[in-house]
Ligand binder design. Sequence first.
Ligand code: ADP
Ligand code: ZN
Length: 432
Amino acid sequence: MFFQKEIETMSRKEIENLQLERIKHIVAYAYDNVPFYKEKFDKIGLKPSHIKTFRDYENVPFTTKDDFRSNYPYSLFAVPMDDIVRIHASSGTTGKPVVVGYTRKDLDIWSDVVARFIVSSGGRKSDIVQNAFGYGLFTGALGLHMGWEKVGATVVPISSGNTERQIMLMKDLKVTALIATPSYGLYMGETMLNMGLKPSDLSLRLGFFGAEASTKETHEQLRKIFGIKTNDNYGLTEVMGPGVAGECYLNDGMHIAEDHFYAEILNKETFKSMGENEYGELVITTLTKEGLPVLRYRTKDITRISKKPCACSRTMARMDKIIGRTDDMLIIRGVNVFPSQIEAVLMDMEEVGNSFEIIVDRVGYMDTLEVRIEISDEKLLLDYGLLEKLRDRIRKKFKEVLQIDVKVKLVEPMSLQRFEGKARRVKDLRNK
Ligand code: ADP
Ligand code: ZN
């Protein structure tokens, strides 16, 4: 069984010593091999030798997505192209994508960290794994693929899409573990039911639903539909891909691979370091990457970190589910709203189906927020009284959670868009 026990169960002191050693190394490595970092350091008179403590490290400037764009495609690489064996890129809906490169050793470490969370949440060599992440430049599919191969399982690289065929193969191949985005997972679940199949017709026991934000409620829904255990895992192209952090079987936070990544939580406005269990922006440093070392990358993802020991015996700190991104937070009439808050309310309600859409607009000077929600049973459409009651209940719940009035529109089951990869549920019409 793949378990790097001597690393995954180190004492906190040992982890911190290792991280500090590696921080010093990666800073010097980036400074010596990537002109972008040298220039940044020189500009503020910082030398790698100045960094002796975690506190000193806070003087290192951040790296952002824009830095990747202005160094497109290869200027942040620290090794000659000869030593790069793989390229990936993030989709980047606007402008140029973020391009990243890996050495052979980078790929090896990447497989290790993915294998860690797979095994920690119950994945085994005996599993048959359907990988319904979209294969290609996206780090998700190949990242999970390599991790499962390291575990020794049987990988079915089906990619995303063609959902009925996915379900048919899942059944016929006796697939035991599924990899998909949470939104695609829900869609696959609906498709299974529409095909007249139930969980007991399948051999599925585990679902790996990561790569996009999902609430506990959504995972609960996925567990219910398929009758399985689920795992959430986190990563991003700029620092590697999946494997940065992943849940163990206890589903109580995602263990960060702290021997390869140094995670900081910073106040969104002041960028001051936050304490344990306080929410802020996650900033990540790669500690061992050769091809593309990244110092203090601002992920824009908001979460908190706990260093409390976990009952699974692993000592690596755990990050909470991402509650949102600083750039997908909606400001409605001055109130901050995260799509995840809306998701949490809806996924907890029996009468509500698996899809919703958030529409933000401006009427005169007023921001409006409308949520279009699928009901789960179309019979409800025949009873206007019941429908009105449900709408009222949802509206009240939103008011309670978000502190603002939300327009609620109930729509027929399966009438909203479905996603085969990461969902795009928010339509902001204010600046159109
Ligand atoms: P793309 O920009 O193409 O989506 P990435 O795969 O690099 O490329 O996206 C990384 C982002 O996806 C993260 O910064 C985060 O916002 C989101 N993400 C990835 N995994 C999770 C997860 N488990 N929970 C919440 N958000 C996630
Ligand atoms: Zn654990």
